[in-house]
Write a protein that binds this ligand. Sequence first.
Ligand code: 2HG
Ligand code: ZN
Length: 471
Amino acid sequence: MKRHPRPTTDTSAAARDLIADLRRSLPSGALLDDPELLATYETDITGRYSGSAAAVARPSDAEQVSTAVAACAETGVPLVVQGGNTGLVGGSVPQDGELVLSLARLDWIGPVDGDANQLDVGAGATLEAVQKAAAAAGLRLPIDHAARSAATIGGMVATDAGGALALRHGTMRRRVVGLETVLADGSVVSRMAGLLKDNAGYDVPAIVIGSEGTLGAITAARLQLEPSAPFQITALFGVPDLRGALDLLRALRQVPGLEAADFLDAPCMELVCDRKRLRDPLPSPWGVYVVAQCAATADVTADLATQAESLPGPSDVVAATDTEGRKRLWAYRELLNETLRGEGVPLKFDVGLPLAAIPTFDEAIRARLASSYPDARLYIYGHVGDGNLHVNVLDVDPEDEGVDELVLRCAAEHGGTISAEHGIGLAKRRYLALCRSAADIRAMRSIKSALDPAGTFAPGRVLPDPDEEGI
Ligand code: 2HG
Ligand code: ZN
């Protein structure tokens, strides 16, 4: 079934009015409408989702964002907020001639507040730039993922991004102690004081975080940093299967400072080694590889070794404490995303499961996919420590929604969520009811219509259309 046809460019009168209005009200260079320049904003990183934009607005401060949002509300042209365009669920790809509101130019990074260990940043600052700013002050932003050089803080807050360190440090939500948001009427809600205790009224920022650009445009955030740990160790383990990985996780929880436990299955390891010309990490092959990391105030190598020896089943391990060595071990896991993109258009799923259900989910998904799509290639990896599995399916028609339903239904049947950290976007909105009750979805609709009654922000994302055949 084709669900994401590429619409023709919208030349409607409303779009023309909007473009004329924005030309008048934004500084020159802040509006792009040359079709060639629009192309990179119109397709996502995987190539699965694309659409057409009326134009791209590139404001450089919150006031200009407010101007652009108000112009959209006035002319009735919807908009989609875009950060680094690294999303995987079609959430920030324009549809049917929407305005792309690119916040990439809001890339300022303030000075570190050394009293509170907090940092103000613009929505367009990349994760990597903010990590570097924190490090320069002897601190750390403990959130990380492989798209760090392009993903922006605004996008990560909007999707409540997770990543490898969520096991100990939580998702983006836990880092945000202040937020500035432009709402659909152009008004700006600014809560940037960074107060750790502040319960005056409803927590508007808490609702905006994770709303995937459907409730407002995040223009700035105040982030909580942490002291950096003097000792870090990364270990790559081989274990027979996911049950072995869970045994390992249980043991690793005894090691001080455990902050990440990612994994990749054997086909992932074979593929990444082959395509990226990496040496096998361990002398013999294993069914599952776990990349774990501890950050502590003292050397925990001995604790790690003790726990590794205590495992009930066979295992092997290689570890590094120096930066280069640790990077080399993470490379097996981190290079997977681009490796898979190099194989075609991967169908990507980002499910979350109760830890105990991981092995049975894994068995079920392999069996169901093999029976319905015998030619499909399946790669499973992700963050075993927090139950977040990235299921990637290759060699199937990217327009075939049957795979989506099969994977997401399987996650829901195992007590999980259809979206752990990538969001719902366009990709999964039809399936929201698999893991959210009717009452829950009704409450979400009420919030959406209260904050954005005209549907200016990202229509059709997250919430299923009431008239769409949902699941
Ligand atoms: C990761 O954990 C990211 O590497 C991206 O969440 C996963 O591309 C993916 O499927
Ligand atoms: Zn991930």
